[in-house]
Ligand binder design. Structure first.
Ligand code: DX5
Ligand code: ZN
Length: 248
């Protein structure tokens, strides 16, 4: 799967949102990550549907609305109406997750789930067939510019394995503390979409920073693909005897 990069506008200049979005488009972004915060699910407050609607008109990039809100069960339609292509809800916030995900897809959009760093991955396992994107939070949500939580890499690898086993291929997105240094390990573990805010908009040259993360990710993905192909070539079914098969 081609590696995607989704700049988070959380760290951009809110006085020129449209320009920042177009700058990312020109720089080679694949999607825009929009952090909706309600002051309840997380302490912070950002923006809601009207801003998403305005951004939809300002850029051709797909929009992923990352809903850090407590009322996602009742309000996903607002974001779908505003033009979000992906609507990503927190599993910790949805009382009726199965219903919400089905609803997003029935409306013709892509359904995503987000998992906080301390949330068991089993929450994802129960709805794997219903999701197009799994957002692994690699910081506790609420603010940009935090440090990457190391354990996230292992969680990405576990999710990747879970998806392979189930025969599904949602995007595995990672959000929080992603930069040129943390990118290789998350991509090696199986991340297919990188969300980055501070590393891009905090840089003197945001477009250059995006390109650097993308290049680091592409190199790591190539290495991973070669390793996976190597594992496959090394596998010789004829070398297995019946005992081996039973053990597997
Ligand atoms: C945090 C948000 C992130 C945030 C990531 O709650 O969900 O999308 O923008 O920012 P950085 O890349 O600065 O850690
Ligand atoms: Zn986010």
């Amino acid at each position: 799967m081609t590696l995607l990069i989704a700049p988070s506008l959380l760290s951009c200049d809110f006085a020129k949102l449209g320009e920042e979005a177009r700058l990312m488009e020109r720089a080679g972004a694949d999607m825009l990550h929009l952090d909706v915060m309600d002051g309840h699910f997380v302490e912070n407050l950002t923006f809601g549907p009207p801003v998403i609607r305005a951004l939809k008109a300002a850029t051709a990039l797909p929009l992923d609305a990352h809903l850090m809100v407590t009322n996602a069960d009742h309000c996903v339609d607002w974001y779908l109406d505003a033009g979000a292509d992906y609507v990503t809800v927190h599993v910790e916030a949805c009382r009726h997750l199965d219903r919400v995900l089905n609803h997003i897809r029935e409306r013709g959009a892509k359904a995503g789930i987000a998992l906080n760093p301390a949330t068991p991955l089993d929450f994802a396992e129960e709805v794997l067939e219903l999701v197009d994107l799994i957002l692994v939070m690699s910081v506790n949500p609420g603010f940009g510019g935090q440090h990457f939580i190391e354990r996230s890499t292992e969680r990405i690898a576990e999710l990747d394995e879970m998806c392979r086993f189930a025969g599904v291929e949602p995007l595995i997105s990672v959000d929080g503390g992603i930069n040129e240094q943390t990118t290789p390990e998350v991509v090696a573990a199986g991340a297919t979409c990188l969300v980055a805010g501070n590393a891009i908009f905090g840089a003197d040259d945001p477009a250059g920073a995006l390109e650097a993360i993308k290049a680091a990710g592409a190199a790591a993905q190539l290495e991973r693909e070669e390793e996976l192909a190597g594992d496959f070539d090394a596998f010789d079914p004829e070398a297995l005897d019946a005992g081996d098969l039973l053990e597997r």
